[in-house]
Design a binder for this molecule. Structure first.
Ligand code: ZN
Length: 158
């Protein structure tokens, strides 16, 4: 059929073995040295942030808090019952990380979107911080081992 969905390999997408083998989430290089981007099936992870990009310093924040990332990734509904504002000690880097839970964010047009997200900030260097919601948490968790290798962070195998 002429209107079947064809993939980049010239096959019908759902029967292409290359496409079926491709992971849902992928790390891509960016034009910036030492900054990577995560894509979901070749697209942005969320419509609110076209490019989910970060460097190693930010990656180490969420790798240190990977249990929190996992919980956010698995969360249902609008609540994060087990994640609280707290300080988290990164045993690898010796940094204290501030974990802050937010319940909404404001879009660029000022409209309020009620979804939980988490903000992580280094106490050593407050300029190093990163915020992410459930969809980004899923991507981070899926790629955690690859990101850890890239960031040279000794993530406990799990
Ligand atoms: Zn294909």
């Amino acid at each position: 059929m002429p209107d079947e969905d064809r993939c980049q390999h010239g096959m019908i997408r759902r029967s292409c073995s290359y496409c079926q083998a491709e992971p849902e989430y992928k790390i891509e290089k960016t034009k910036y040295r030492d900054i990577i981007e995560i894509k979901h099936n070749g697209n942005s992870i969320t419509e609110f942030d076209k490019n989910f990009m970060f460097g190693r310093d930010k990656a180490r924040l969420f790798l240190a808090c990977i249990d929190i990332v996992e919980e956010l990734a698995a969360a249902q509904g609008d609540e994060l019952p087990h994640i609280r504002n707290r300080e988290f000690v990164d045993l690898v880097g010796g940094d204290r990380i501030f974990v802050r839970v937010e319940s909404f964010f404001e879009r660029s047009d000022g409209r309020r979107v009620n979804v939980p997200w988490i903000h992580l900030q280094s106490s050593k260097n407050p300029d190093i911080s990163i915020g992410f919601g459930r969809r980004k948490a899923k991507a981070i968790f899926a790629l955690r081992r690859k990101i850890a290798r890239w960031a040279n962070y000794p993530l406990a195998d799990r």
